[in-house]
Design a protein around this ligand. Structure first.
Ligand code: ATP
Ligand code: MG
Length: 595
């Protein structure tokens, strides 16, 4: 029941529905007392030969009217209460989702998507059960149980009630023991569900790799295993759950036996009529429902409470990167100045990923970043995006203001990032390109696609820009995905372009074509281009190039300087190697371009 206390602020918004449901419930409980009482009257009437057709008709009509009224009121309170519970959980689910969108990448490194999905579905469903069915049964069992108890004591006999109630304390103890067992088993079932969820998500997302590596069989076995574990865990829950009903029936059987014995004795002494004993047994029968619910509701509340605890933990997680209290809007001057003494990913246990990185990137600059794989290039871009915060001694400034002092929204509006692994969404190609600017007209989408050299290929598709993409663009080639992601960045009017190895899947002709377009764009709109690449010919016309190795700048300068400075250096060496293979065809094919 702790959960109701924890949820009091949320429940407060729905007090009207809960109050109405409560009133209806009381009416139902009071009405329910009538039929047993009337039946008792009929029995006594028959026994004493005083029953006339007319009174019987009245009794029957009374029972019918009460039944219809109970039907109506039950419908009303159920719809109010369930309606409130569904709405309440909808709000919490939206809140959780909104919270997820705020959290930093670091959070997603710790939680799998399947796990988060399980919290948003299974856990919140368990909470919904608590605040809907749970509250209902709690109130119902208390009100109904209590009114029936009063009726038994005052309409029939206090002594008989005491006798009939003898097994009840034991019953309450037994059901609460079941509740504890159920709780721990439910926790395990929930964990098994999370794993199964993640496995399903991962297998579907990675279906190509699974097939290519002939892993289908192994994947199936893993899935079988996990779903077997989930079934096993749920069966264990069901086994305890199944014990509730029979145990309660057993105790009730005992209660009925005691009632009959005690009732017969009281009748023989003339202290009770047969009709009243009939009413009493009917009332006792009415206690069965509330008692069953009472035991069962222990488990519902425990489940709900545990689930809400998990959801609360997630809601309590603070995004690591947040707006400073006096954060300002990003300035118009988007020149960047980077001064990183050192940066390490907090959780990796490895040393610094970046060290002593200093660079000035005035707006309109074409900056190249290259270096071995794993040298920290993507990390640098992610720091400019402020996906992670730098330690205090390091800064990245935009227009002379530390990006920590800028609102995250305004900073990211200035940056158009094409990540190393492009992310596409299920939807049309056009919607994927206009992702950041949903209201952009089709002409603008086509213009961006032309600049990203993908327009011709899209036009060949039967449905052109309306072609639906599968999950993460599963129906596109790697190069097509890259260019759609590029078109998306070009469509936004952000003055700084961050391109992370964005042409790696393209042929040289397309690559040169796009580079030419980018250079034109830079000239026309004074855009800053920061291009991370392993293909050095892309950087020939760059204003400045940083060469990273294990997180440090090992060489820098423009293309000519790098070639001349240190002929046996990394840049010169790799350029010569690549030039042999790449530059020959590039030179002939892209003659007349700015390269
Ligand atoms: P590539 O050319 O392969 O894309 P890169 O130069 O972009 O490499 P980064 O992705 O910046 O390299 O990675 C630099 C280092 O940081 C690597 O050693 C990597 O293992 C580590 N790293 C990257 N991302 C994370 C992360 N989220 N958590 C912990 N360590 C990370
Ligand atoms: Mg990278």
């Amino acid at each position: 029941m702790k959960i109701l206390w924890k949820l009091r602020f949320i429940l407060k918004d729905f007090w009207r529905q809960y109050l109405l449901a409560f009133v209806c419930l009381q009416i139902v409980s009071a009405l329910n007392l009538l039929p047993p009482w009337l039946i008792g009257k009929v029995v006594d009437g028959i026994k004493n030969n005083t029953l006339t057709h007319q009174t019987l008709a009245h009794y029957v009509a009374g029972i019918l009217v009460v039944s219809v009224a109970v039907y109506g009121f039950r419908y009303l309170w159920r719809s109010w209460l369930y309606g409130a519970a569904i709405e309440l959980i909808r709000k919490q689910r939206s809140r959780l989702f909104a919270h997820f969108t705020q959290l930093s990448p670091e959070f997603y490194q710790r939680h799998t998507a399947g796990d988060l999905m399980a919290h948003a579905t299974n856990d919140l469903n368990a909470v919904e059960e608590s605040v809907g069915v749970g509250i209902m049964t709690l109130i119902d069992s208390m009100i109904a149980g209590f009114t029936v108890l009063l009726a038994m004591i005052f309409l029939v006999s206090g002594q008989l009630t005491l006798l009939a109630m003898l097994p009840f304390p034991v019953l309450v103890w037994v059901t609460s023991r079941y509740g504890v067992a159920l709780h721990s088993r439910f926790e395990r079932a929930q964990a098994a569900f999370s794993s199964l969820n993640e496995e399903t998500r991962e297998s579907i997302a990675g279906v190509r790799a699974v097939k290519a590596h002939q892993l289908t069989e192994r994947q199936l076995q893993r899935f079988e295993q996990l779903s077997y574990e989930a079934v096993e865990a749920n069966t264990r829950v069901a086994r305890v759950d199944a014990l509730f009903g029979p145990s309660i029936n057993l105790f009730f059987g005992l209660s009925f036996v005691l009632t009959l014995l005690g009732g017969a004795w009281l009748i023989s002494r003339g202290q009770l009529t047969v009709g009243l004993l009939t009413s009493f047994t009917l009332y006792l029968g009415q206690m069965l429902g509330p008692m069953l619910q009472f035991g069962w509701q222990f488990s519902v509340f425990r489940r709900g409470s545990a689930s809400w605890g998990r959801v609360e933990t997630l809601l309590a997680r603070k995004p690591q990167v947040v707006d400073a209290r006096d954060a300002q809007h990003a300035p118009n001057d988007t020149g960047l100045s980077i001064n990183i003494q050192s940066f390490a990913y907090g959780n990796a246990g490895q040393g610094s990923v970046l060290q002593n990185i200093c660079a000035d990137i005035p707006s309109g600059t074409f900056m190249g970043i290259t270096g071995r794989t794993g040298s920290g290039k993507s990390t640098l871009l992610r720091l400019i995006l402020r996906e992670f915060d730098l330690p205090a001694a390091s800064t990245i400034e935009m227009g002379g203001i530390s990006i920590r002092q800028l609102t995250i929204n305004s900073l990211r509006k200035k940056l158009a990032w094409v990540p190393q692994e492009p992310m596409l969404f299920s939807g049309t190609i056009a919607d994927n390109i206009r992702f950041a600017v949903p209201e952009a007209p089709l002409e603008t989408v086509i213009k961006a696609a032309k600049m990203a050299a993908i327009d011709a290929e899209i036009s060949v598709f039967k449905e052109g820009y309306s072609t639906m993409l599968g999950e993460n663009g599963i129906n596109l080639s790697g190069g097509q995905k890259q260019r759609i992601a590029l078109a998306r960045a070009l469509l936004s009017d952000a003055p700084v372009l961050l391109l992370d190895d964005s042409f790696s899947a393209l042929d040289m002709k397309t690559e040169a074509h796009i580079l030419k377009n980018l250079m034109t764009l830079r000239q026309q709109q004074n855009k800053t281009i920061i291009l991370v690449t392993q293909r050095l010919p892309e950087l020939i016309s760059a204003d400045h190039i940083l060469v990273l190795d294990r997180g440090r700048i090992i060489e820098q300068g423009n293309h000519e300087q790098l070639l001349l400075q240190n002929q046996s250096g990394w840049y010169a060496r790799i350029f010569r190697q690549q030039a042999k293979v790449l530059l020959q065809p590039l030179a002939t094919e892209s003659a007349g371009t700015s390269l």
